[in-house]
Design a protein around this ligand. Structure first.
Ligand code: AMP
Length: 301
């Protein structure tokens, strides 16, 4: 435990990717018995490369307690990373770790970082790599103490430097790049509502884009909260029009290169969301070869 605490403290002061990676590695390695470093070959079949497929199938062969995939969700603000990562987390029994949630928890804690973070987040800017890695290290440490294994990361990495640090310490099996038409992203952020009690993510926006100039239309129904959450909904302070536009600009500048980082390593699964959750979820499961998992879960329920 002393090693872990030293690690978290020291990583805050790290200034180079290598230094940060060295401090981060103990925690990541502790959670990554399922890592491998074999090279990838492209499988034209369905766009998944064969190593990704092996990783997914490896997951299916394991008992739930042994599942420890290491996946990352990428995608613009408002695309639905949290929604799909959390559903997959429930399905596979793997922790969903959203760095945005870690930042918001820290903000709410009125700890030493709180006011500094508030200003950065409310302007739609990125928190420093050191702070994010420190928060993530602590979250992984807490998970490790509870016996967690593997992760579905949402919101990390968001810069090439963060991706290099992560790649330097562990092997990410799969990066799911969620994509949604730009017209829908702003509306989805503005319509987002969160249950202040359970943290559930809902959306009041009804997106109905008409077909135009050969482009198909798109309909996304609202995602209403269950009755027990309906009176506890809150809106994120950074989900205002001005801040969302800034976050989208920052995504283009800082995070788009992360897509290339993983694409060039054969780890990126591009997934165009065809509509709302009802339509997209089964297609995502199909792309991940996970349909049987859901059938098994439904049968057991
Ligand atoms: P999110 O919930 O993913 O939209 O994140 C909310 C805010 O937390 C972002 O706008 C950033 O200010 C901060 N944040 C979350 N993840 C990261 C990251 N990996 N790197 C830098 N800042 C982050």
């Amino acid at each position: 435990m002393a090693v872990l605490s030293r690690c978290s403290r020291a990583v805050t002061a790290a200034t180079t990717p290598n230094a940060a990676a060295a401090k981060f590695s103990y925690l990541i390695r502790a959670l990554s018995p399922f890592s491998s470093s074999s090279s990838s070959t492209f499988d034209a079949d369905n766009g998944l490369n064969s190593r990704i497929k092996t990783a997914v199938l490896g997951t299916l062969k394991r008992e739930p307690k042994d599942r420890n995939v290491q996946w990352v969700f990428l995608g613009c603000p408002g695309v639905g990373k949290g929604t799909y990562a959390s559903r997959l987390s429930d399905l596979l029994g793997i922790p969903h770790i959203a760095t945005g949630d870690l930042v918001r928890d820290e903000l709410a804690s009125s700890g030493p970082l709180s006011s500094q973070l508030k200003e950065i987040v409310n302007q739609g800017k990125l928190v420093s790599d050191e702070i994010i890695i420190d928060l993530l290290s602590k979250r992984l440490e807490a998970g490790e103490a509870k016996g967690e294994s593997g992760f579905i990361l949402d919101g990390f990495p968001r810069t090439v430097r963060q991706a290099e640090i992560l790649e330097g310490v562990t092997d990410i099996d799969l990066v799911i790049n969620l994509k949604l038409r730009e017209e829908a992203l702003l509306a989805k952020c503005l319509g987002r509502r969160i249950c202040s009690e359970c943290g559930g993510n809902y959306n009041v926006a009804c997106i109905d884009i008409k077909a135009e100039n050969g482009k198909p239309g798109m309909y996304m129904a609202p995602l209403p909260p269950p009755p027990q959450c309906a009176s506890k909904l809150i809106t994120r302070a950074d989900d205002t029009e001005e801040v969302v536009k800034q976050r989208l600009r920052i995504y283009q500048a800082m995070t788009l290169p992360v897509e290339d980082f993983y694409r060039s390593r054969g780890k990126l699964l591009e997934f165009d969301l065809p509509g709302g959750v009802r339509e997209s979820w089964p297609k995502l499961l199909h792309a991940l070869n996970l349909e049987d998992e859901e059938d098994k879960q439904s049968a057991a329920a």
